[in-house]
Design a protein around this ligand. Structure first.
Ligand SMILES: Nc1ncnc2c1ncn2[C@@H]1O[C@H](COP(=O)(O)OP(=O)(O)O)[C@@H](O)[C@H]1O
Ligand SMILES: [Mg+2]
Length: 494
């Protein structure tokens, strides 16, 4: 028998004549983790759906346990031992953990009567397979994403899975949850199951995978052992360009601080926070979730009202009581959750970019000058290389990285002194991430004072000329220049 569990050869697939996959080749081994990597839209999910029988391939060969499979249906994929954990997890939120675990096997077994004791036994067996403890009677919809995922994994194991495919499982997880998931993945791997893990995050792939298949624009550009790649090769394969992780070096830092925060406190959120920010500087504020970093940012934008302490802008003490006021004071804030806070998805790209500069773009009667809006938006499209051929299209047509570029453009089209970026590249591809970082560097060098709030330590290290670390609402450390490293931050963050 072949040493490979699954062999995919020369797979092609088009949608309405547009190729999504072109001659993709890779192999998956039992007891190993294979990462399918690539930027958004490169065809990863399409490939998964071909393996699981949701889509049929146009060309190519699928071989499972040495046997060619001519046509895969979802039922047959299940019978073969292929299980997919999709991003939406396909759970029933209104049912309990136990019901979710038992329901599929009940349906497959064609049972019509409900035997709750049998269900309970099935569910318990499923959980015990990975030694995972959870209340069987908890409503599925109320669990965290991480718990839902583990239940979905247990469910997959009930079908005697030989291959478990996880489509971007870490997208909505915290670092701690990712660690827990990886432990489970290793456990499954060690029990002889093959894992196909889909991701576009470099660190994750190097941490978890034995083999990797890297895709770009529907083609696979590398397939082989992960150990033969450096992280640099890896990003090159993914993006098709050399990415430099040049550290930002501040070139023109102003003598006087533009922003001075002294003894600022917000009840139960943060306490006695003081720091200064100069023009030309990129200041990083980092800390674990709940450290108070986001509330601090919101206070500088008038969305939280600290009771104690002072904020001084350009030498004048100010009280920032609303976002409108913050904007007047030339402070911009780009939220972490750009989809709910920063973007109107069902409006055009141009309208989104110009939303906060409507005053500048309207005539003396308050009427908007359409052509000016388009022109203004087009400048940003060029500057940021926003991937669209038409700024009149809805913002929803863009990928996450490009949506983030729009949110940034929106703020930058105003005249700002201070720009606060909260998680500027959360959920963004490496390529777009680099574009965003490069632009922020340029803005700082042009004289803007920037604050980056992030728990992505590599992002903080690469981009910031100074870093303050928060823990439980207090500033517990500050570092500059060469002292800024992931290790040094980790030491005080924990
Ligand atoms: N059902 C479909 N109909 C038309 N186009 C699709 C369909 N599914 C995927 N595509 C297209 O195929 C390409 C690859 O998409 P996908 O496999 O979802 O990428 P990834 O998972 O890597 O982000 C995209 O251009 C996408 O628009
Ligand atoms: Mg996908």
């Amino acid at each position: 028998m072949s040493e490979y569990l699954l062999e995919m050869t020369e797979i092609c697939k088009s949608f309405a004549g547009v190729p999504a996959l072109e001659h993709v080749n890779f192999k998956v081994r039992s007891g190993k983790v294979m990462c399918l990597a690539g930027e958004n839209g490169c065809g990863k999910s399409t490939l998964v759906k071909i393996i699981s029988g949701v889509y049929s391939k146009d060309e190519g060969e699928v071989v499972f346990e040495g046997k060619p499979i001519a046509k895969i249906t979802p039922a047959e994929a299940t019978k073969l031992g292929i299980q997919v954990i999709y991003q939406d997890l396909s759970i029933f939120p209104n049912l309990t953990v136990m019901e979710n675990l038992a329901i599929n096997s009940e349906i497959t077994a064609g049972k019509k009567l409900v035997n709750r004791r049998q269900w309970e036994a099935t569910a318990k067996e499923a959980l015990s397979k990975i030694g995972y403890h959870i209340d069987l009677h908890a409503k599925m919809g109320e669990l965290s994403v991480a718990d839902k995922q583990l239940v979905a994994i247990c469910r997959a194991l009930l079908f005697d899975a030989k291959l478990i495919i996880m489509d971007e499982p870490t997208t909505a997880l915290t670092k701690k949850e990712v660690d827990a998931l990886f432990k489970t993945v290793c456990q499954l791997r060690d029990s002889g199951i093959a894992i196909m893990f889909i991701s576009h995050k470099t660190e994750e792939i190097f941490e978890i995978s034995d083999d990797v298949c890297i895709m770009r624009n529907g083609k696979n550009v590398y397939a082989g052992p992960t150990s033969e790649l450096t992280p640099k090769d890896f990003t090159y394969y993914m993006t098709g360009r050399e990415l430099t992780d040049d550290h930002f070096v501040a070139k023109n830092i102003s003598k006087e601080p533009v922003l001075k925060v002294e003894h600022l406190s917000l009840k139960n959120k943060f306490e006695d926070v003081s720091f200064e920010l100069r023009k030309g500087e990129i200041l990083g504020i980092t800390g674990l979730l709940g450290s108070g970093r986001t509330e601090l940012a919101l206070s500088l934008f008038g969305l939280e009202r600290p009771k104690k302490g002072t904020i001084t802008l350009n030498g004048k003490q100010v009280k920032i009581t609303s976002p409108i006021m913050a904007q007047k004071l030339k402070i911009g804030y780009v939220p972490e959750d750009r989809l709910t806070e920063g973007l109107c998805l069902q409006q055009s790209i141009a309208d989104n970019i110009t939303l906060s500069s409507l005053k500048r773009l309207s005539n003396s009667f308050g009427l908007l000058k359409h052509q000016d809006i388009i022109d203004d938006a087009s400048i940003w499209k060029e500057k940021f290389s926003i991937a669209t051929n038409d700024v009149n299209k809805f913002a929803s047509t863009l990928s996450g990285g490009n949506q983030q570029k729009i949110v940034l453009s929106k703020w930058l089209s105003n005249d700002l002194d201070v720009l606060i970026l909260n998680g500027p590249t959360v959920g963004v591809d490496v390529g777009a991430k680099q574009d965003i970082h490069a632009l922020v560097h340029q803005l700082a060098n042009d004289g803007l004072a920037v604050i980056i709030i992030s728990d992505d330590l590599s992002e903080v290290v690469i981009n910031c000329s100074r870093v303050v670390v928060m823990k439980e609402g207090k500033i517990v450390g500050e570092m500059t220049g060469d002292k800024i490293s992931e290790d040094n931050i980790l030491e005080i963050i924990r």
